[in-house]
Design a protein around this ligand. Structure first.
Ligand code: HSE
Length: 318
């Protein structure tokens, strides 16, 4: 039987979810791919219960330069050293799968060029919308469309906060702590609440849907840290909900207008029904019309599901 040997960089929330899926659903994955997909090395200092100790290393080269490893899963988060590690893995001929929106958005072209130069796959479905297979759909099934508009609720933490503030009148700081405890929030939740995480994800959506790279730092971005209960009540009085929206639209001259900001969404719009940590991406294509992708945008198993989907796509291509 063919085999696909995997090294995981970082066994935190998402890396841990990936490991759980690869072990718990191993039989299913083997049957579906005809391939023995096996984790052989893990870079992490902290050992998780239930994971064999001998898999762990604290030396990145034990994964990046390990000739036994075919595919590296990068779930460290943050731009560095994650980006350098992904580039090194590709230079060593390894496929790379990541959930790291900050690194993908910041070095989109460089990472793609490295993958092409080294003849390896570089996949990052998990970087936008957690478990929702929206990037793969944009790149495959929807390729016959010119995309006209993309609107997304793509941050679980801020959607959770806005939902609890809207539905329960909850206090901003209390709900943020709750989101951190549930594992949705970034290590530094500033990236969530100030919209930086959403700008990273929008940059990736724009690159794939509109074939244009707009750096996340060039996307006008406003987060939710200044939203008050009065703002939420004012939106409700107009028959709307406040949602943090990643918004990109194609203009008549071919340019793409992009923003990240709290927007008043009419309660009759499908995005208004997206609550708690759920994410959704609402896409308009010139041929297919309007589509909405909905699901869990954060958390160990939903995000791990997208990573495993990318791993399976590599396994099937072998
Ligand atoms: N902090 C992110 C969120 C994690 O809350 O959506 C998933 O990218």
């Amino acid at each position: 039987m063919k085999s696909l040997k995997i090294g995981i960089l970082g066994l935190g929330t998402v890396g841990g979810g990936t490991y759980t899926i690869l072990t718990e659903n191993k039989d299913l994955i083997t049957k579906r791919t005809g391939c023995n997909v096996e984790v052989v090395r893990i870079l992490d200092r902290f050992k998780k219960p239930g994971v064999p100790e001998e898999l762990y290393t604290e030396d990145p080269d034990d994964v990046l330069a390990n000739s036994e490893i075919d595919l590296v899963v990068e779930t460290l988060g943050g731009i560095e050293p994650a980006t350098s590690f992904m580039l090194q893995a590709m230079e060593h001929g390894k496929h790379v799968v990541t959930a790291n929106k900050a690194a993908v958005a910041a070095s989109y072209q460089k990472l793609h060029e490295a993958a092409e130069k080294n003849g390896v796959k570089f996949l990052y479905e998990a970087s936008v919308g957690g478990g929702i297979p929206v990037l793969t759909s944009i790149q495959n099934e929807l390729q016959g469309n010119r995309f006209l508009e993309v609107m997304g609720i793509v941050n679980g933490t801020t959607n959770y906060i806005l939902t609890k503030m809207t539905e329960e009148g909850a206090d901003y700081a209390d709900v943020l702590k709750d989101a951190q405890a549930k594992g949705f929030a970034e290590a530094d939740p500033t990236a969530d609440v100030e919209g930086i995480d959403v700008a990273n994800k929008l940059s990736i959506l724009i690159a794939l849907a509109f074939d244009k790279y707009i750096a996340p730092t060039d996307i006008p971005t406003t987060g939710i840290s200044a939203i008050t209960s009065e703002d939420i009540a004012a939106a409700a009085a107009e028959g709307c909900k406040l949602k943090l929206i990643a918004h990109a639209s194609l203009k008549g001259d071919g340019s793409v207008e992009a923003s990240v900001a709290p927007e008043k969404i009419s309660v009759s719009h499908p995005l208004a029904g997206v609550s708690n940590e759920f994410n959704a991406v609402y896409i308009t294509g010139d041929m297919v019309g309007e589509l909405m992708f909905y699901g869990k945008g954060a958390g160990a198993l939903p995000t791990g599901s997208a990573i495993v989907g990318d791993i399976i796509s590599v396994a099937k291509s072998l």
